[in-house]
Design a protein around this ligand. Structure first.
Ligand code: G5P
Ligand code: MG
Length: 231
């Protein structure tokens, strides 16, 4: 499939001039949010906050929050809004006013998006649209390094040594929510709870959609788009 992108409005570009880069990346499970975010971080002065990576680190470290949220992640269900708003609000606050940031995995509901707009209004939203059969294929081959959130896929960006993180040599794991059954639930949940968030941002005129079947074909237009907002 060819990558397609709708034209950027001059209004949305003007809105961002002089302001810190406050962005959200949306997309179904395994659409490539983490992969695209790591490319944005490599190319631009932007901090990446991934709600899923933070939650998985809490679970790995067996914190109080980790034990509270584990059952939701294992089943592919959403963690309650209040927990997520408190967690991500604290992360964003810790970065300070002038830091450029990109939120990945948050907001997931209209209630979260509303709260984010009140606390820290975002000025651009990237929406990745990837066909579902492609997504289902990807989750089979996904391996993650939990402490860093680095993500690999056999045949796309396989680790140099099978089962080991390229930078630390530590073990990679498969996510318990990457089974076909749980992924099916996550995709349904996305349609029900997160597609309304896409409409929410569309109405405010700050959403940009990128369609494609591979990250490599989508990346050049995403990179050009982001470059209009941040260096
Ligand atoms: P997460 O962690 O936010 P999802 O479901 O939103 O989980 P996920 O699964 O992390 O998103 P992604 O980040 O969009 O996917 O995708 P990715 O990891 O970059 O890429 C997927 C795989 O494809 C990787 O192996 C990558 O290497 C590969 N890949 C990328 N591009 C290509 C390509 O072009 N070709 C090929 N072959 N492979 C490629 O949330 C997890 C859970 O946390 C809770 C929920 O329980 C959620 O289910 N949670 C929240 N709950 C409530 N509210 C919130 N705001 C929450 N946030 C998290
Ligand atoms: Mg991710």
């Amino acid at each position: 499939m060819m990558t397609s992108v709708t034209t950027v409005t001059s209004t949305s570009v003007r809105r961002a001039v002089g302001a810190a880069f406050r962005a959200v990346i949306l997309g179904a499970p395994a659409s490539g949010k983490g992969t695209v975010s790591s490319r944005i971080v490599k190319n631009f002065n932007v901090k990446h906050i991934s709600s899923g990576d933070i939650l998985r680190r809490h679970i790995m470290q067996k914190t109080e929050l980790g034990s509270e949220v584990k059952r939701y992640l294992d089943r592919g269900e959403l963690v309650p809004d209040e927990t997520m708003v408190a967690l991500i609000g604290k992360e964003v606050e810790s970065l300070g006013e002038t830091t450029n940031w990109l939120l990945d995995g948050f907001p997931r509901t209209v209630a979260q998006a509303d709260r984010l707009q009140q606390l820290y209004p975002v000025n651009l939203v990237i929406n990745l649209v990837v066909p579902h059969p492609v997504i289902l294929k990807r989750v089979e081959g996904r391996w993650v390094h939990l402490p860093s959130g680095r993500v690999y896929n056999i045949g796309f960006n396989a680790p140099k040594v099978p089962g080991k993180d390229d930078l630390t040599g530590e073990s990679l794991v498969q996510r318990p929510d990457d089974t076909p059954e749980v992924v099916g639930r996550r995709l349904k949940d996305y349609a029900k709870n997160t597609e309304p968030v896409i409409e929410y941002y569309k109405k405010s005129g700050i959403l940009q959609e990128f369609h494609g079947s591979t990250t490599d074909e989508m990346w050049p237009s995403i990179k050009d788009y982001v470059a209009q907002f941040v260096s």
